[in-house]
Design a protein around this ligand. Structure first.
Ligand code: 1PR
Length: 537
């Protein structure tokens, strides 16, 4: 029987549970992985971090004989914390997997976000959970922002049928249940293990308190809505001595003047930790020379992820080298195998650069609206969900005399010149006959959940984001877009958020060189009235 300080976790191997494990261990508790129905019956505290799809989660519970013991556990009002799908499965059904019955501990059906009106779905990012009452689960804290990533929610109809179980609601176009609690059974739509100090606190409250006790603390109130995210990006590669370093290019050239040494701006794990402490909403690692080597041989990147996820409790994205390949011994790896390895190591999302370009080209050549299921975007998205698949776009301007000279989508710059944005592969080394709009729309159709939009022209220039490029891409898709390349001052972030609808802005050089800190960017955003998450307050 697990000790009191041991929490039992239901895992079925689909996605990143490492961060949850790391959060529990950070708090000084042990984890017991449930493998048999008896493990559930014997648990003193149970966490169900649902990942994947509703149908897959329920099938998995069925096949392990977990459904009845779980229902008995819930009916006995024993301490339970469901996360994300772990909240959805408490209901009768979900539109995500029609016909699949849930645990039906509460009545209602989980539905897809209505979307529309420029509302990005999936709902990705830091949003406010507005409590409806006080609970030891939340403590006496101020209103908090937590990290959400989902396309389905328990909406108002479900809330109306279960008023006593709604502990907090969040709004993304519509209001829905973001924290559920009845007695000792709790569930969050967001990921507390990815929600910085606020999320760790919630997990601690669940583990160390009797959350079913009635308390009369004041209930905080405030404005909700999705915060604009500030993302720190670390371009990682080996230097000439063979050490993994964070480097930074000038229009993608990462060597010192005249082809000298690879610029070294620090160690990946140390920098990621610093950015987490400063309040980064997300950390992105790009393995920028992976196309040269064998991705599965890149054990150093895996170690970086494993070490980072022990101390950094915000979403981690990794890109570079996620594609099918054959190693020197003739062994085949799929892009899905490579991605799976990174998810196991602590990544929440993977980003695809070159491979997304090839997949888009293939889709366009086929003349079909939908893919054949074979591309890396489709396969990873099917198993891990669209929100786990980012495409990283590396465009550069190609000038033409007039728009009619090219079949590609063009923009007219302030100086009157006309250009289109050409997609490149292999870290910008090779241009393709594909423009950014073609790439992002095809990738969205294939199942990508987010766009990381770089600019080869603006990279490292510190002159601000290419707002025309950002608008062009943002208007072409409904998935979230992260603007990247060119940030030189805090004002560039607010300018980008004012003038485009992007959900996030990323920077690298200014953070690495300490010219502007993430804290300064966020204070500036707050002063400017841009919705922002200020870590710890
Ligand atoms: O093609 O799937 O193997 O992925 C390769 C990945 O590596 C892509 O995501 C590609 O963007 C990235 N990459 C390849 N070469 C470089 C390079 O710089 N030589 N880096 C590179 C991309 C751009 C951003 C940078 C922003 C912000 N670097 O990551 O952080 O431009 O910089 P700034 O704030 O300093 O202006 P695959």
């Amino acid at each position: 029987t697990p000790r009191a300080s041991t929490v039992t976790v239901l895992d079925y191997g689909a996605g990143n549970v490492r961060s949850l494990e790391n959060a529990v261990r950070l708090l000084g508790h042990d984890i017991h992985w449930a493998t048999t129905p008896a493990d559930i019956a014997n648990a003193s505290k149970l966490i169900f971090p649902g990942v994947g799809s509703f149908g897959a989660a329920m099938r998995n519970l069925e096949s392990r004989g977990f459904v009845d013991p779980l229902r008995r556990y819930l009916d006995a009002d024993r301490p339970f914390l469901g996360i994300c799908l772990g909240l959805h499965t408490l209901f009768e059904a979900s539109e995500e997997s029609p016909g699949v019955p849930g645990l039906a501990w509460l009545p209602g059906t989980v539905r897809r976000f209505k979307g529309g009106d420029g509302l990005a779905v999936p709902h990705i990012g830091w949003n406010v959970a507005q409590p409806t009452r006080a609970s030891p689960l939340l403590g006496e804290d101020e209103l908090q922002r937590y990290y959400f990533v989902h396309s389905f929610c328990a909406g108002q109809d479900v809330a109306a049928r279960n008023p006593d179980a709604v502990l907090a609601t969040t709004t993304h176009g519509e209001e829905y249940i973001s924290i559920l609690q009845r007695g000792s059974v709790c569930a969050t739509q967001f990921h507390p293990e990815k929600s910085g100090a606020a999320g760790i606190k919630l997990i601690q409250n669940f583990l160390e308190r009797d959350v079913s006790v009635q308390v009369g603390w004041p209930v905080p109130k405030g404005a909700g809505g999705l915060a604009k995210r500030v993302v720190a990006c670390l371009d990682v590669r080996e230097n000439d001595q063979g050490d993994l370093v964070v480097t930074k290019g000038d229009q993608y050239d990462v060597r010192e003047e005249d082809g000298g040494e690879v610029r070294n701006l620090g160690k990946p794990v140390e920098l990621a930790k610093r950015y987490f402490k400063e309040g980064a909403d997300e950390v992105c690692f790009l393995n920028i020379t992976s196309f040269r080597g064998e991705p599965v041989g890149e054990t150093a990147m895996i170690e970086v992820l494993e070490r980072t996820s022990r101390e950094v409790f915000v979403p981690l994205c990794i890109g570079g080298g996620i594609r099918d390949y054959v190693d020197k011994d003739g062994r085949k790896y799929s892009a899905l195998d490579v991605a799976a390895m990174y998810f196991r190591a602590g990544a929440d999302k993977v980003s695809l650069g070159s491979d997304a370009v090839y997949a888009a080209e293939k889709l366009l050549a086929s003349g079909s609206e939908t893919g054949d299921g074979a591309s890396s975007i489709e396969r990873i998205s099917e198993v891990y969900g669209a929100q786990a698949v980012v495409i990283s776009v590396d465009p550069r301007k190609v000038f033409v005399d007039k728009a009619a000279d090219t079949a590609h989508a063009t923009v007219t710059l302030d100086d009157g010149r006309v250009c289109w944005y050409q997609c490149t592969v292999k870290g910008g080394r090779e241009g393709r006959d594909l423009d950014v709009v073609q790439l992002v729309t095809a990738a969205e159709r294939l199942g990508a959940g987010e766009v990381l939009l770089n600019s080869m022209d603006e990279d490292g220039q510190k002159a601000g984001y290419d707002l025309q490029l950002v608008r062009l891409v943002k208007e072409a898709v409904s998935i979230p877009v992260i603007a990247s390349s060119g940030a030189g001052r805090a004002e560039h972030f607010t300018e980008c958020f004012d003038e485009t609808d992007v959900q996030a802005a990323l920077a690298a050089g200014i953070f690495h060189r300490g010219e502007v800190s993430i804290g300064e960017v966020k204070q500036h955003m707050r002063g400017h009235g841009t919705p922002v998450r200020i870590a710890g307050g």
